[in-house]
Design a protein around this ligand. Structure first.
Ligand code: ZN
Length: 249
């Protein structure tokens, strides 16, 4: 396999900023959905556009010229912790010829909800200015997973090889994002926190408990002798899922 040194690409910080910004500007002119740095709507085609731009501007067309496998792009609204994901599936074709097949999946909600919490949004160690920049940086992280999978058949952003590559290519100093999570957005909107005492009405009866978890609804633990959940103090609880609007606190 000719790698043409794709894994050894190295740019100065100033070059990276210029390249990233070029991609941003060209992407905005090419995309039918994204017209500013504030992502309101996106399609799989946008991922293809942005991928081709990265291939051209950062990877010197490495993928266009050398990659024979298949690459898929998708958007998910169900991702709750990772904002991006690179999936590797090796299809064994006839004649036992293995074909590389990858999918880059982006958790689009993180970018739609970028502005829901007011604070700095650091992604991979970089303070982002808007949701498109955050999107690009998460995408860059996934591109490094793609390169590792393509070259080594395994990838881990916890390991030094990945961290070195992502730093040399994109000047990422970290491998995590601090984009607002659903939990944080809800905590901010309703002022709810884990452990908080709450009450709610059900069938005319008031129940008192505390918040155990926050997802799409609140998980509330209510003291109940017939409950099936116990704590180390010997208390027994039943578990309720309650809409945020129905909670009193
Ligand atoms: Zn990763």
């Amino acid at each position: 396999m000719i790698t043409k040194g794709v894994k050894d690409l190295r740019y100065y910080d100033s070059e990276i900023i210029i390249k990233r910004n070029n991609i941003r500007n060209i992407f905005i002119t090419k995309s039918k959905n994204v017209k500013t740095g504030d992502i309101q709507c996106m399609s799989n085609d946008d991922l293809k556009i942005i991928f081709d731009l990265y291939d051209e501007i950062f990877f010197n067309n490495y993928f266009r010229e050398n990659f024979k496998g298949t690459l898929k792009f998708s958007l998910s609204t169900r991702m709750t912790s990772a904002a991006g994901k690179t999936i590797y599936s090796r299809k064994i074709k006839l004649l036992e010829e293995a074909q590389e097949s990858y999918e880059i999946r982006m958790g689009i909600k993180f970018f739609f909800e970028y502005y829901k919490v007011e604070r700095d949004k650091i992604v991979s160690g970089i303070k982002t200015k808007d949701s498109l920049e955050a999107f690009q940086i998460v995408f860059e992280h996934e591109l490094c997973h793609l390169i590792e999978l393509h070259l080594y058949k395994e990838s881990s952003c916890k390991k030094i090889r990945f961290k070195t590559m992502v730093y040399n290519m994109f000047a990422h100093t970290d491998v995590v994002h601090q984009l607002p999570s659903q939990k944080e957005i809800i905590s901010e909107k309703y002022g709810l926190i884990i452990g908080q005492k709450v009450s709610f009405l059900n069938d005319g009866k008031t129940y008192n408990g505390f918040i155990y978890k926050i997802n799409k609804r609140a998980t509330v633990m209510v003291k109940d002798n017939k409950g099936t959940y116990g704590d180390e103090m010997g208390n027994v609880y039943s578990k309720w899922y309650v809409q945020f609007e129905k909670l009193n606190y």
